[in-house]
Design a protein around this ligand. Structure first.
Ligand code: ZN
Length: 197
């Protein structure tokens, strides 16, 4: 009998590309992370290779999502493999993402901890809507849509932010930014330059 509490996996547009190379993580403060990324215009083999590297790097770093700028590439694309509130993992690739969030009475903020592989080892609470929908294009240029709650909602917003040049530190109060910096400083030697390659 399958364990009903086991994680299940949802990959509505197919599996993530594999066989990529683990690349060093680009850190906050590097210019490529702080401006809007170039739109994906060509859906070709080199895009697939880039995305395979992003997938390899995300898994090596134990992340749930990764944007191209986090391996130093100025292109509006992210990958994710992230659970929602029911522990269902959703996997996907989104080029040129746009996020839409609930409004009015449907808008509920979730104050859970958030972290970023480009400022590793540090987590602080960051208020975000508890449900998000992202639309964009898959690896072959086909339209894709992903929606979710819990950590998945947070991830879809966080990764789309990266493609716009925003990091979650930009969304924090001065006080929480200081708390985040302190947490990062405490573990900085665990993430040497070149990590996780
Ligand atoms: Zn991030």
């Amino acid at each position: 009998m399958p364990d009903p509490s086991a994680e299940t996996e949802h990959a509505p547009y197919g599996r993530l590309p594999s066989g990529g190379t683990i690349r060093p993580m680009t850190r906050w403060g590097t210019p490529v992370m702080h401006h809007p990324q170039q739109r994906v215009e060509t859906y070709d083999e080199s895009l697939r290779e880039l995305v395979a590297d992003m997938v390899a790097t995300m898994y090596a770093a134990d992340g749930v999502g990764l944007a191209a700028c986090q391996i130093g590439v100025d292109l509006a694309v992210f990958v994710f493999d992230c659970p929602d509130d029911s522990d269902v993992r959703t996997l996907g690739v989104v080029c040129n993402p746009e996020v839409s969030l609930p409004e009015g009475k449907d808008r509920q903020l979730d104050e859970d901890d958030e972290g970023c592989l480009s400022f590793p080892g540090a987590f602080v609470e960051c208020a975000r809507p508890d449900f998000a929908t992202v639309t964009g294009f898959g690896l072959d240029g086909e339209p894709v849509t992903f929606s979710g709650n819990g950590l998945l909602a947070r991830c879809l917003q966080h990764e789309t932010d990266h493609t716009k040049g925003t990091v979650f530190g930009d969304r924090l109060s001065t006080k929480l930014r200081k708390k985040l910096q302190k947490a990062h400083d405490r573990v900085t030697e665990e993430y040497p330059e070149g990590w996780p390659a």
